[in-house]
Design a protein around this ligand. Structure first.
Ligand code: NAG
Ligand code: NAG
Ligand code: NAG
Length: 487
């Protein structure tokens, strides 16, 4: 861009004194591409088959300069040169190379071809090449023979680029112990060859191969993402990244891996509280499988299902629990690759379990834990608010030893403690105030002790004499004033 801007129109060109300054200001000037008087881009890229322009300008030297000839030469890596185009004011145009006949080559602004008007100063030697071929790639010099300054030249690297077509897919594989390609990424017909890499959460490696592409001079690159196929890899997402200079941004191609494996089975839903006469109990057969399961079979280790039980796909329903259900249930799942099974030992009791504390330890544990945290948070917030209200309402006696009747009253008024105890009636017991049951430590109900500790840890409030006073005052009588959750 900067070069184009600096191109001097010949007649209103800058004076020679300004020129060195202008050259210094050209930011993209690269050593070797020019000798300071010929302006050329160091590299020109064209898509195969397209028309490319090889710009070449002689920076104006003022009216005294007389260009006697312009020559384009191809520079072989061996050092040999081959003339491809020339223009002489009196001898005209010449395209001596058979590879670059006048059908493919022309000067943009020189010669007598249609549309081309010779410029009197011959400062624009830009060459136009049609139908770019792979074998056109190379370094080209553009040379001005001038009088009286002599010869000036620059060099441009012409490169033929072909944009590849990219595609990525998963390779359906079966679980095994040897590494196999699980995803494939193909970049077809690039020039130069595309660069392929993978993003993956898995510990695989890429194996790459190159073959000639469909068009001459192009390359097809194939990268195979390879790992030991496990059932964990099934459904994993990997991404193929293709980089090529014809793309502004790398191409990202997501692939979801597919590993076939026999069903992996587990049984859920057992609550360890099956008792005689209980109705509608269910067990679930949980399966990971690729391909999808074709069949679920429920049985027991002693044979068939008891009459009161019925398998419905992944679900087993026991309509009424009897002694025959006191067994080990088996779920067997098949898919196209094989079978998987899981067992569940069921203990049938005569009566429901006594304590709800033991009921479904996992489930209630989770629910209770959540409630505990929520209650503690709420309790902490409540205590904090109470504390602040009390401080505000009894300005003088916040920390006094529990004798301030006014403070106590206001505390009661807003606090209004209430005990709600569900004795053996539900899984969660709670009361409304934080803190120990008895500040004097006379709490004798051992069941509450652990919970008290938990509650205190969770409360995270600094100990407050005022609050404790409050508690104590509310503990008169039989009020239980603390927070505990039982599961
Ligand atoms: C440039 O060369 C042409 C002939 O090629 C000549 O007629 C002309 O006078 C020359 N001009 C200068 C400035 O040397
Ligand atoms: C052209 O020249 C550059 C350095 O100037 C070199 O890196 C490149 O390989 C050359 N290209 C060919 C095709 O010779
Ligand atoms: C179920 O079996 C266990 C022993 O496996 C036994 O202790 C229990 O009494 C049985 N339950 C019933 C209801 O028979």
């Amino acid at each position: 861009m900067a070069r184009a801007a600096a191109l001097p129109p010949s007649r209103s060109s800058p004076t020679p004194r300004l020129l060195p300054l202008l050259l210094l200001l050209l930011p993209l000037r690269e050593a070797g591409a020019q000798d300071g008087q010929v302006q050329m881009p160091p590299e020109v890229r064209g898509l195969l088959g397209d028309t490319v322009k090889l710009p070449c300008h002689l920076l104006s030297q003022g009216p005294k300069v007389n260009v006697s000839q312009v020559t384009w030469q191809r520079l072989d890596p061996s050092g040999k040169t081959q003339s491809v185009a020339a223009f002489h004011p009196s001898h005209g145009l010449s395209f001596p190379s058979p590879q670059f006949s006048s059908e493919r080559l022309s000067f943009l602004a020189m010669g007598l071809g249609p549309g081309a008007r010779p410029s009197p100063e011959m400062q624009d030697a830009t060459l136009v090449l049609q139908g770019l071929r792979v074998e056109d790639e190379g370094n080209y010099s553009c040379e001005f023979a001038t009088f009286p300054q002599g010869t000036s030249r620059g060099v441009t690297w012409l490169r033929a680029i072909v944009q590849p077509h990219n595609q990525a897919d998963a390779q359906e594989v079966t679980v095994g112990s040897e590494p196999v390609p699980v995803a494939r990424c193909v970049s077809t017909g690039g020039r130069p060859p595309a660069r392929i890499s993978w993003f993956s959460p898995l510990n695989g490696e890429a194996r790459e191969s190159e073959v000639p592409g469909p068009a001459v001079g192009t390359v097809t690159v194939t990268s195979r993402y390879t790992l030991v196929p496990s059932s964990q890899a099934d459904g994993a997402k990997v991404t193929c990244k293709v980089e090529h200079e014809a793309f502004k941004e790398p191409n990202l191609l997501p692939v979801t891996l597919s590993v076939h494996y026999p069903p992996e089975v587990s049984i859920s839903g057992y609550d360890d509280n099956w008792y005689l006469g209980r109705t509608e109990v269910t067990l679930n057969c949980d399966v990971r499988s690729n391909p999808e399961p074709t069949e679920y079979v429920w049985s027991t280790t002693s044979g068939d299902l008891p009459a009161s039980a019925k398998g419905q796909g992944p679900e087993l329903i026991v309509y009424s629990v009897d002694r025959l259900a006191n067994t080990t249930f088996v779920c067997t799942v098949s898919n196209a690759l094989g079978m998987g099974r899981a067992e569940q030992v069921v203990l049938v009791r005569d009566t429901p379990r006594a304590s709800p504390r033991d009921e479904g330890p996992m489930v209630w544990g989770a629910v209770g834990g959540t409630l505990l945290v929520l209650l503690l948070l709420a309790g902490g917030a409540l205590a904090f608010i109470l504390l602040r209200m009390r401080r505000r309402k009894s300005p003088g006696g916040g920390g006094a030893g529990g004798t301030g009747g006014e403070g106590r009253d206001s505390g009661r008024g807003s606090y209004n403690p209430k005990t709600e105890v569900f004795e053996n009636g539900g899984p969660v017991y709670w009361t409304t105030a934080p803190g120990p049951l008895r500040p004097d430590g006379k709490d004798t109900e051992e069941g509450f002790e652990e919970e008290e500790e938990k509650a205190e840890k969770g409360l995270m409030l600094p100990p407050s004499p005022a609050l404790e006073d409050d508690m104590e005052s509310q503990l008169d009588g039989s009020l239980i004033s603390r927070r505990a959750v039982y599961v």
